[in-house]
Design a protein around this ligand. Sequence first.
Ligand SMILES: [Zn+2]
Length: 45
Amino acid sequence: MPVTGINPDFSTYICNDCGEQVVLNNSTTIFPPCPNCYGNSFRKA
Ligand SMILES: [Zn+2]
């Protein structure tokens, strides 16, 4: 399961806590916390 603070794959992730969708592109080097709830647990969309 992807977590924040690591270098993720370029993909779309969904927050496990609130369902917020986070799109990571090739300018993202470190997985950010959820912008909605600051959660750090995601699943791939
Ligand atoms: Zn969230």
